[in-house]
Write a protein that binds this ligand. Structure first.
Ligand SMILES: CC(=O)[C@@H](O)[C@H](O)COP(=O)(O)O
Ligand SMILES: NCC(=O)COP(=O)(O)O
Length: 250
């Protein structure tokens, strides 16, 4: 079963924010991605609004509702009160919780399920009561006990943090080691009845091995590498390339 592709628009928004101008249009690039068959759109509205602005959220929500109702909106963020209220206002199909400190340059680790589970339980219950599916960012380090603790939070899915794997683009041996750790984490999640998503530094080059090792991978959210390729191939062709890398025969 191919993994579903959710296109992260953070990097498009970062480019838009360089000038006080409305192009590149985040919504229009999202439209092109969905027209090319992406399963959904992902955004990470960080507190400093370095890329996605809160004003982008209703525009993207309306794009999906009005033009692509069969696709999904995925919002990522730290479960602060402000973020939770943004989710409740925007009503994405999925919320992906990440443990990011506002000062972080990017997301670079999963939750500590041994110390953060109580906070997660209440937040997840609130989001699920609001009708949203919840995924929580998890290290792909093979820690099956952590996966059991993640299950106990009530989350629907985990999202495997694939940064260490993606960073091995020039070290095949370490890449294989990271892939196996990701695979063990995903196997543990499957055994617990958790859905498995993945994201961070994924590319056309490293996706096929990940999808091959984790056949039950439900969804990948990809932004940085996909946007880099879109500068070369265009967004529509890039989405098709990534869909093929996810295992789709198109
Ligand atoms: C959670 C994750 O790995 C990414 O989706 C994250 O949103 C990247 O954030 P930046 O685009 O701000 O680096
Ligand atoms: N959850 C990962 C994501 O949405 C995008 O990560 P990246 O491809 O920008 O590294």
């Amino acid at each position: 079963m191919p993994a579903k592709l959710s296109v992260n628009l953070n990097a498009v928004a970062m480019l838009r924010n360089r000038r006080d101008l409305p192009w590149p249009s985040v919504a229009h690039l999202g439209r092109i991605a969905l027209q090319a068959g992406a399963y959904g759109l992902t955004v990470h509205p960080r507190p400093d609004k370095r890329h996605i602005r809160f004003t982008d959220l209703p525009v993207l929500r309306a794009l999906i509702d009005d033009e692509f109702p069969q696709t999904e909106f995925n919002m990522e963020g730290y479960p602060s009160e402000d973020f939770l209220q943004l989710c409740e206002k925007t009503q994405p199909e999925q919320v992906t919780l990440v443990p990011d400190d506002p000062s972080q340059a990017t997301s670079d680790h999963g939750f500590n399920f041994r110390t953060q589970s109580e906070m997660l339980k209440s937040v997840i219950a609130r989001l699920k009561a609001g009708g949203m599916r919840v995924s929580v960012f998890a290290d792909g380090d093979g820690d099956a006990e952590a996966v059991k603790l993640a299950k106990a939070t009530g989350t629907d899915r985990i999202e495997l943090y694939t940064g260490p794997y993606g960073g091995c683009f020039d070290n095949a041996g370490e890449g294989e080691r990271q892939l196996e750790l990701l695979g063990r984490t995903a196997d543990a999640a499957l055994a617990e009845g958790l859905g498995v998503n993945a994201g961070h530094d994924l590319t056309v080059e490293n996706l096929p091995a990940l999808v091959g090792r984790i056949p039950h991978l439900a969804e990948v959210s990809i932004g940085h590498g996909l946007t880099a390729d879109a500068l070369e191939y265009g967004m529509a062709e890039t989405v098709r390339r990534f869909r093929r890398a996810c295992g789709e025969h198109i």
